[in-house]
Design a protein around this ligand. Sequence first.
Ligand SMILES: Nc1ncnc2c1ncn2[C@@H]1O[C@H](COP(=O)(O)OP(=O)(O)OP(=O)(O)O)[C@@H](O)[C@H]1O
Ligand SMILES: [Mg+2]
Length: 405
Amino acid sequence: MKAQEGILGLDLGSGFIRCVAGELREGRVFINGAAQVPSRGIRGGVIVNMDKAIASIKAAVAETCRMADLKPENLIPAAGITGRQIYSKGSSGLVTVKKGKPITQDDVKRVLEQAKSISLPANHEIIYVHPNQYAVDSTRGIKNPVGLAGVRLELEAYIVTADRVFLENITTCLSNAGIRDPLFFFQPIAGSYGVMDEEDFEEGAILLDVGRTTTGVAVWQDEMLLIVDVMEWGGDHITDLVAREFLMSPATAAHLKEKYGVVGNYYTIDEAEAITVRDSKRGVEYTVDRKRLAMVIEQAVGELFTRIRAELERAGLYRVARSGTPILLVGGTSALPGAREMAEEIFNLPVTIGEPRGVESFSQDVITPGFAVGVGLVKMASQSALKPKPRLTFKQFWENLKDMF
Ligand SMILES: Nc1ncnc2c1ncn2[C@@H]1O[C@H](COP(=O)(O)OP(=O)(O)OP(=O)(O)O)[C@@H](O)[C@H]1O
Ligand SMILES: [Mg+2]
């Protein structure tokens, strides 16, 4: 049996593998090790080269465990997964309650099981259920029905499922990297727990994680998960446009973008400013007009956010979220100066950069938008694994988290 020294959160990205080791120390989540290593062999959440993915994961885990002075076999692994092989939908359950008795935890369990017994896409299994709200008889909007009187208990839930073969491949990959029996969490949900506080979940907030090959979104309101989705576009779109414009390799374009890039519209750049980047592999040097770079990036970010907005409209974001619901922007692309401002303009919602909260960390380097998912994994898994409870309701989950601080 695991000594349960803590959690090993693994954010399986295509840009980076981010690994976070954390534990519950006197009731508080403490991060005691973290590392990010360039990811190889993963695209859009899918393992496309097993050997390369294993090597990347091994490197991230080794570095994290060395830092935390922990052994991976003593940690409970929580893998943050994403991709088109993950699907989500609303579901509901209904059970009758023993007459004259208040609703018990057992009734809640039964109605949850009911909500889970829906038809799933072929070869999918449920990886997460979020109880959105209960109804007791005709009273809706109940967050925790235990102790209430009634004869009819209904649950509206949001269910996340994943393709079995996709999960099997990730399990094999992790196992070959020395990580066994992982818990799985959908990245946009983990990212939400990483950067949102109780007020955000109650009043409503939108997590937008713009990574390298994917963009994840989770829309929350009144403690309910309303939309969770992943799109197969990310920062690579910006890199590709830069590479095409300046006729350079994607790796050089990514370096140029990350080091010197800004979104043109929001930054004034001196006409004469030129920068030099070197493609050391090919032995080529490029001199780039910084203003032109800023304009190309502006066009690329505009296209990327416009595509994301169209997808969010299609998913019903502007129907279900109150106007003015804040977007918390995370992921590597959020580091691009001007991305936040452009997101506000295109999404027509207030946008702030999301940073991990509600944890103590050995280093401030973890309290950055890139570690949103990693920190969220540790928070979520420490709730579900270290303190085993029969399926916490959202309220109970928060009450537990609140108790920690
Ligand atoms: N300072 C920066 N300016 C612009 N873009 C940046 C900067 N830093 C990182 N990026 C971009 O962020 C992207 C990587 O983001 P992130 O690390 O969140 O991706 P990931 O989670 O590994 O990938 P995914 O979730 O898409 O599988 C890359 O496209 C990278 O070029
Ligand atoms: Mg990511």
